[in-house]
Write a protein that binds this ligand. Structure first.
Ligand SMILES: [Zn+2]
Length: 176
């Protein structure tokens, strides 16, 4: 899974990428030296600021200008541009908020942190070691997964249909 440095204004895209399991640092990038340091460390930079494209030193570097406005279409753009592959083992492996790798927890360990019906409905739980948020499989997750898979398939099969397909219907954006 690639590592991304995601510029300000792309907060929802950063959550989608974390949902896929990508290592995502989301921050406002203002300084060229800071950006180069990230690029040297293997990060791919995603930005909405066209000004970054004017720097000669950044040519031939993994710096991508995101054109779409809608977060899910932005994600499709990234999948296509970088030819990302869906990895089921990485899906839902990170906290959407902190980027930390989630830890598997037994039911009794998180019993007082989730609603009772959730506790009795699901078998598997994951927790963020930083913010302590608990994640569990749910119907919204299945929907997101279905749309993501459709996006990956479309990106593989065609250069244009992906954006159209993904723009249809309602898709829940990962919540905070
Ligand atoms: Zn967290």
């Amino acid at each position: 899974m690639p590592r991304f440095l995601v510029d300000i204004m792309l907060g929802k895209l950063s959550k989608w990428l974390r949902l896929l399991g990508c290592d995502v640092e989301y921050k406002e990038v203002k300084d060229l030296l800071v950006l180069e340091e990230y690029l040297n460390r293997g990060y791919i930079f995603l930005t909405r600021r066209q000004a970054w494209l004017n720097y000669k030193v950044l040519r031939n570097k993994p710096v991508y200008f995101i054109t779409a406005n809608e977060p899910f279409i932005q994600l499709c753009e990234v999948i296509k541009k970088l030819d990302l592959k869906f990895d089921p083992r990485s899906f839902c492996s990170r906290c959407l908020k902190c980027n930390a790798l989630l830890e598997e927890k037994r039911r009794e360990e998180i019993a007082n942190l989730v609603p009772e019906y959730v506790l009795h409905t699901y078998q598997t739980f994951k927790q963020c070691p930083q913010c302590k948020r608990v994640y569990w499989p749910g119907s919204h997750k299945e929907k997101m997964l279905a749309r993501l898979k459709a996006c990956f398939t479309a990106a593989r099969n065609s250069s244009t249909s992906c954006v159209g397909d993904c723009a249809q219907g309602q898709l829940p954006v990962p919540s905070d």
